[in-house]
Design a protein around this ligand. Structure first.
Ligand code: NAP
Length: 485
């Protein structure tokens, strides 16, 4: 298996093929700033080819017994697990994230996604409703057809498998578009799918840019289901493209997540958890807590200890085992981070840690895109830095005086993806969690995942829910059959 493929081709009808236009884009390694492979720069003609393959494959796959589908998905999970180290290395090179993170988080979670949905389809229940003495109703759930699955660069295999696994588990065909910034693990997944015996055409991957391939997928009349994860601005375009065609759409979008620390929290745990939730994957996880609120009586102690702990995070070559903070995904993202750090200072913020790109990490990474953990204090809650998604290792810390005030702060944003609350007071935990407008609230933890729970955002963070039963329902069409008694 190649982990650093020279040319990343499309995977259509079970074959790796050239894009119709014959064009490729450079695939840049974030840690070095240099191109290390080429990725297909496809367009709507490649999406058309994938749709032809998908229509053909749907005939058999949609009728394949669940037990057979399950076996193939379990095989895919086993094979990714067999090659975990290769996947982790490829993901680290492609994204800039520390190898240790790819090895312990991204790839194992991708394996878990395939296993979960492979077995979930063996345990579904059918619904029946009796209408008095009039009728008997039963509900069938059929695969919808062809699902367009569009994902971002921050957790490439993990997020794509979170969509592919449920879509094909229930008998749909997948046409996936990974971010062209991070295409390698999707390419490797196609090799695994071939080896696992997934029938040709059930999984198709079309590489390329959002405006070319993503837009062609959302506009294609035969792709009737769209699961999209990415930024809110792009999500709006996806929604606009899908609405006139009445597509079923799930949108998992951006966040500006509050992380609330009460003075009665176990501060040691809150600090350790907050360092993780602020800076994991260089802050490039949609669920990162980028706005930290600390009760005033604990504020100074928290800021001092949190800053001290964050300052020890080792920024380094992602492939170095000791590295805890790798590279930012590309120059555009690095420039965006720098822009917001400058803006924060114009808005009156003080830099308590970081704030400037570090000196070259080593010779290999001389031209890489690095930025250290950065902590900003003294900003008003309503300023742009506190309202707009930065998606990097930059967080703000703000004191608060009481529950009501911090709930107001937490909700004072267009986003509503996730939040964390740190307190030892159980009643307060429930009370606050119920009033925060986010799809997930973690209490005394962060990023704990149970695949059975609904996952998604409120407000500008998205529409629809993924995970467990929600995903199985999203990718199927419910039909009621009503028989008169
Ligand atoms: P993005 O720019 O919105 O891109 C996401 C995907 O959409 C990429 O594959 C992109 O292709 C594609 N795309 C771009 N324009 C499109 C169009 N007009 N039609 C269809 N597809 C199009 O997001 P990103 O920068 O890759 O990822 C970061 C964002 O994702 C952040 O906002 C983060 O919060 C969010 N995110 C959300 C979740 C969640 O679960 N809620 C999880 C992870 C990330 P290109 O790569 O070519 O642009």
């Amino acid at each position: 298996m190649r982990t650093e493929a020279d040319k990343i081709q499309n995977f259509i009808d079970g074959q790796f093929i050239e894009p119709v236009g014959g064009k490729y884009l450079d695939n840049i390694e974030p840690a070095t700033g240099k191109s290390y492979s080429q990725v297909a720069d496809s367009d709507s003609r490649d999406v058309d080819l994938a749709v032809v393959a998908a229509e053909k494959a749907f005939v058999d796959w949609s009728c394949t017994p669940a037990a057979e589908r399950s076996k193939i998905l379990l095989r895919i999970a086993d094979l990714i697990e067999r090659d975990l180290e290769k996947f982790a290395r490829a993901e680290s090179i492609d994204t800039g994230k520390p190898l240790s993170l790819a090895r312990t988080l991204d790839i194992p979670r991708a394996v878990a996604n395939f296993r979960f949905f492979a077995t979930a389809i063996l345990h579904t229940e059918s619904e029946a409703h009796i209408t008095d003495n009039v009728a008997f109703n039963y509900t069938t759930r059929q695969p919808r057809g062809i699902a367009g699955l569009i994902s971002p660069w921050n957790l490439p295999l993990y997020l794509l498998s979170w969509k592919i696994a449920p879509a094909i588990a229930v008998g749909n065909i997948a046409i996936a578009k990974p971010s062209e910034l991070t295409p390698v693990t999707a390419y490797m997944l196609c090799e695994i799918a071939q080896e696992a015996g997934l029938p040709n055409g059930v999984l198709n991957v079309v590489h390329g840019t959002g405006p070319n391939v993503g837009a062609a997928i959302t506009a294609h009349p035969k792709i009737n289901t769209i699961s999209f994860t990415g930024g809110t601005v792009t999500g709006r375009k996806v929604a606009e493209a899908c609405a006139p065609l009445f597509k079923k759409v799930s949108l998992e979008l951006g966040g500006k997540n509050p992380n609330i620390v009460f003075a009665d929290a176990d501060l040691e745990a809150a600090i350790a958890g907050s360092v993780r939730s602020s800076f994991a994957n260089q802050g490039q996880i949609c669920l990162c807590g980028s706005r930290v609120f600390v009760e005033r009586s604990a504020y100074k102690d928290f800021v001092d200890r949190f800053t001290e702990k964050a300052s020890k995070l080792k920024v380094g070559d992602p492939l170095d085992e000791k590295t805890e903070q790798g590279a930012i995904v590309n120059k555009t993202q690095l420039d965006k981070i720098k822009f917001y750090v400058d803006l924060a200072q114009e808005e009156g913020g003080k830099i308590a840690l970081g704030g400037k790109a570090p000196k070259p990490i080593n010779d290999r990474c001389r031209y890489g895109y690095f930025f250290p953990p950065t902590i900003i204090t003294d900003l008003p809650v309503s300023c742009r830095t506190n309202r707009e998604e930065i998606f990097g290792p930059v967080i703000t810390i703000t004191p608060f005086d009481n529950e009501e005030e911090v709930i107001g702060y937490a909700n004072d944003t267009d986003y509503g993806l996730a939040s964390s609350v740190w307190t030892q007071n159980l009643n307060r935990a429930h009370r606050v969690a119920e009033q925060i407008h986010t799809g997930t609230v973690w209490v005394n933890c962060w990023l704990v995942r149970d695949l059975r729970v609904p996952f998604g955002g409120m407000k500008a963070s998205g529409v629809g829910r993924e995970g467990g039963e929600e995903a199985l329902r999203f990718f199927t069409e419910a039909k009621n059959i009503c028989i008169a008694k």
